[in-house]
Ligand binder design. Structure first.
Ligand code: DX5
Ligand code: ZN
Length: 227
């Protein structure tokens, strides 16, 4: 099985010192940076775009950047994120008019591609594009905000997707996003995930983010994954 990846969602970081926050979680043992892009259209919130991704690269971040697009439409912004240094680009199938074309575009831009499924979105298109994706992201909250509670039905969905990935024989990451904490991460891994997004679980809620906590939280998560 693939190595488990811990992916802090910078949505819950202190944006006034984002470079430092990212350096600190990576130094604390995180593997990849989860980068939430919201457009106040596909989701009712507005966050960060390619300029911020590029700024993190210029700051010296070399870890993979996992760009989660919660935008509609998606295609126009993909080349900008590729240029800005994105490693993975994932999007919600219902936000694209032509899912296969969007996946081809991401791959042509040299990035790894993935599809994101909301808690109540069926996996229908997945079987047709397994050869074009490197990641499947299952949402365990409704997208738009950090700090929500994990929706338990995501566990069965994870097991379902784990079977599809194993049957495909392809090296596809299975990522989970929403309400992931040190105390539920083991059950989430047992259901089949190998890539774990955590925003408020790592950075804390609101303005109480404390870099001194990152080492211990990530160590707790790592220990729970190893058990
Ligand atoms: C929600 C975002 C998540 C969010 C997760 O729309 O996609 O990445 O930051 O935050 P937590 O871990 O606090 O649920
Ligand atoms: Zn996300």
């Amino acid at each position: 099985a693939a190595h488990d990846l811990i992916a802090p969602s910078i949505l819950s970081a202190d944006f006034a010192k984002l470079g430092e926050e990212v350096d600190n979680v990576l130094a604390a043992g995180a593997d990849i940076v989860h980068f939430d892009v919201m457009d106040n259209h596909y989701v009712p919130n507005l966050t960060i775009g390619p300029l911020v991704c590029e700024a993190l690269r210029k700051h010296g971040v070399t870890a993979p950047i996992d760009v989660h697009l919660m935008v509609k439409p998606v295609d126009r912004i993909i080349p900008d994120f590729a240029q800005a240094g994105a490693t993975y680009i994932t999007f919600h199938p219902e936000a694209s008019e032509h899912i296969d074309r969007t996946l081809q575009l991401i791959n042509a831009e040299g990035c790894k591609a993935g599809l994101v499924f909301n808690p109540a979105t069926p996996l229908t298109c997945l079987e047709y594009v397994m050869d074009k994706i490197d990641m499947i992201l299952l949402m365990s909250v409704n997208p738009g905000f950090g700090g929500q509670s994990f929706i338990p039905s995501a566990l069965d969905k994870l097991s379902q997707v784990r079977e599809l990935i194993d049957a495909s024989g392809r090296d596809i990451r299975l990522e989970i996003d929403g309400g992931v904490k040190a105390d539920n991460i083991a059950a989430i891994k047992a259901a089949g995930a190998d890539t774990f997004v955590s925003g408020s679980g790592i950075f804390g809620k609101g303005k109480d983010s404390d870099p001194n906590r990152y080492d211990s939280i990530i160590a707790q998560m790592r220990a729970a994954l190893a058990d």
